[in-house]
Design a protein around this ligand. Sequence first.
Ligand code: ATP
Length: 273
Amino acid sequence: MTETFTPPEESAPIIELRGCSRGFGAMQVLRDISLNVYRGETLVLIGESGCGKSVTTKLLANLLEPSSGEVFWNSQPVSQMSAEQMRRDRLKLGYLFQGGAMFDSLSVYENVVFGLRENRKMSEADMREIAFTRLREVGLPASAAQKFPSELSGGMRKRAALARALAMSPEIIIYDEPTTGLDPIMSDVINELILQARSARPVTSIVVTHDMTTVKRVATRVVMLFPLARLPQNESQIIFEGTADQAFNHPDERVHDFVHGISGKRLQELFAA
Ligand SMILES: Nc1ncnc2c1ncn2[C@@H]1O[C@H](COP(=O)(O)OP(=O)(O)OP(=O)(O)O)[C@@H](O)[C@H]1O
């Protein structure tokens, strides 16, 4: 790593992975990852398909446990939190899954109010107010509320899923490939919504993406992971950490080629294999 990002010294990380490793069966995916997420930043995770970006976000969200290492939320080890504290803290975290992960049997309205209905003692009128405000914020018409997810286009589904995540007013939002499968205009709309979500309220965003336009538009910090299988034994799996500009001008060929979409050396490796 030749260029470094200077984290805000005065603030403790809102989430921290300390020396986390994780595998599945015999396959090791993450090795000794240490990563801090700071309040208010938009951290973008990039890296080749399969290098472990989603697994990293699931460790951050405590949806998966590390096989070794520790995850901290607000400086507290999650492994030592009570079930009740975990439940309360998890409500502060919204997760926008790759496919949206809407409940197909529920209308968009019921999807958006789902978390509120389950977790907050709120009147139907208050929930309606929040649901229609969030739908409006993501640019969906009120008429979308009565539709089922299967009746929406991919872009509308992503926006409805975002409305659902925003309904809970999360402090942290994790976006897993928010623009994948969308046309360039709709991708731009989603990027704009990510920016708006953080300007409307103090939110910390973690974005996994292959979309370099998203990286340039939304990232306040970029972290690049490298697939463990091709990583030298003593090298950190985080091969880059810095600004988007630094990523695009980085001397490490692996970083440079990835962000510029140059198959070069990787192509040679694939043919040599
Ligand atoms: N629950 C699981 N069980 C078994 N293997 C898993 C599981 N979750 C992830 N993996 C494996 O871990 C590796 C990393 O997966 P991950 O989804 O984190 O990759 P990624 O970098 O997000 O990829 P992409 O960019 O393609 O979404 C993959 O080989 C994947 O098959």
